[in-house]
Design a protein around this ligand. Structure first.
Ligand code: PLP
Length: 457
């Protein structure tokens, strides 16, 4: 089909919404390494995980062989309130850049949580409800996951307890209020409501908090209350599975117009949106059906893929979670306090880590001032105010489109626009005032943090 026929927005019909999620591990010959019990050093069992996570989600977490998993009807009806999400042809950005590249983005910001996180939140809340639980606990960094989960929990009538990284709790009072509006209780982390929180506070009284620390508190809160389980918005394989609805829809939308991306770009924090966007495409690569260039973009201040080590590590600061083999900076790594762009987790999804190790994914890092520069350029021509996290993908999409301008190549670029940035205006303010700086950790800092990796025999 000729380009002129491709609309600005490709919407799918409600009936075209995928009915199954895709589990890319089924097509991987070499699977991601198993989660280990930190006490015994042996692969964790479903029973052990079942103390922390919902039973059905444990099944999905450990399932390496089922390629397609049915999406329950109740989740589908919730999805229908905000999905299918549009695939947008960035005609205006292409024109502004003067590039022959064709740029598409899959926009996940069209819901109150403002991000893709709702795709997994609704699934996790559903399985918790099915199990007859009273509620769930979780952590949130920038606040998108906590917001998404509080929306999902209020829908199913579940209690929702959120540990919010202290610096975000203070900087983003409106995020907090959105969560409370949906009925969640929100505690700044580290807090003195948990043993692990009190321990961290005693050791580092002035800490700004971190995701790893909030995870430890949320896990403790779940395991110490009857009828509660812990849920997580990224990193885990179950979350990647739920997020494949993004990639599956993108593929259906592109195929309608006979479009094939040459390059697929996504930002990477814990890896869930990128994994969800690229899994169906990587499945084709694994089955030898197609080839794509896949690029993960991470902040230069928290560079797990580009400068971390592929090793077993703790998923949280308090070392209460199972060990995962992943690209990591060490569970004690804290990004510089001037880092405003999200994506501050020390590790990375074990699925994406393995795909990266196998060379199926590339990774790049971007400095935050250049990320906000890209965000502003994008906002001014495409209209959407992007989340700082999403803007990492915008940065590299623009860089690649500009390369096409030099070479004259008409590459088709697909990137994930994971959300909107309305709650990030302090960060935008710092950028607009010229007060934003870049901080790149030194090799010594990273080595120091990596020196604390657990020894696996
Ligand atoms: C949470 C979040 C991310 C990063 O998480 P991943 O698990 O790496 O996808 C990216 N963008 C937005 C808008 C988010 O809320």
């Amino acid at each position: 089909m000729s380009n002129e026929k491709i609309p600005y927005k490709i919407y799918l019909e409600e009936s075209e919404l995928p009915k199954q999620w895709y589990n890319v591990r089924a097509d991987m010959k070499k699977k991601p390494a198993p989660l280990l019990n930190p006490g015994t050093g042996k692969p964790v069992t479903a029973e052990e995980l079942g103390h922390v996570f919902c039973t059905e989600l444990v099944k999905q977490e450990l399932d390496e062989t089922t390629p397609y998993i049915d999406i329950p009807e109740e989740i589908l009806s919730f999805y229908k309130m905000y999905r299918p999400s549009p695939l947008v042809r960035a005609y205006c950005l292409e024109k502004a850049l003067g590039t022959p590249a064709k740029i598409y983005y899959k926009f996940e910001g069209n819901n109150t949580s403002g991000s893709h996180k709702l795709n997994s939140a609704i699934a996790q809340a559903y399985y918790a409800k099915q199990q007859g639980l009273k509620g769930v606990t979780t952590e949130t960094g920038a606040g998108q996951w906590g917001t998404a989960l509080s929306m999902a929990c209020s829908y199913f009538g579940l209690d929702c307890q959120v540990y919010m990284v202290k610096v975000s709790y203070e900087q983003k009072p409106f995020r907090r209020e959105v969560m409370r509006t949906y009925g969640a209780s929100v505690t700044p982390s580290p807090s003195n409501t948990t043993e692990v929180g009190r321990k961290i506070l005693a050791e580092f009284p002035d800490t700004n908090g971190s995701l790893g620390c909030a995870i430890s508190e949320a896990v403790e809160a779940a395991t110490s209350q009857e009828g509660y389980r812990y849920v997580l918005g990224s990193v885990l394989s179950q979350v990647l599975i739920h997020q494949t609805v993004i990639g599956l829809e993108s593929k259906i939308a592109m195929e309608k117009y006979g479009i094939k991306p040459d390059m697929i770009i996504g930002c990477a924090g814990g890896g869930s949106n990128l994994g969800g966007l690229v899994s169906p495409f990587i499945g084709e690569m694994l089955r030898g059906e197609a080839n794509y260039q896949v690029i993960a973009v991470e902040p230069a201040s928290c560079p797990s893929l580009t400068r971390g080590k592929y090793a077993y590590d703790f998923c949280d600061t308090g070392k209460v979670c199972p060990l995962a083999k992943m690209y990591t900076l060490g569970s004690g790594f804290m990004p510089s306090p001037n880092h405003a762009g999200g994506l501050r987790y020390h590790g990375m999804s074990s699925i994406l880590s393995e795909l990266y190790d196998q060379g199926l994914i590339e990774a790049r890092s971007a400095e935050q001032t250049s990320v906000f520069e890209a965000a502003e350029k994008f906002a001014r021509v495409e209209g959407i105010l992007p989340a700082p996290e999403s803007s990492h993908a915008i940065r590299v999409a623009i860089d690649e489109a500009l390369k096409c301008k030099e070479t004259g190549e008409e590459k088709t670029i697909l990137f994930g626009l994971t959300g909107t940035g309305y709650f990030d205006m302090y960060a935008y303010g710092a950028y607009n005032d010229g007060k934003m700086s870049d901080y790149i950790p030194t090799d010594e800092e990273i080595a120091k943090s990596l020196a604390t990796l657990p020894e696996i025999k």
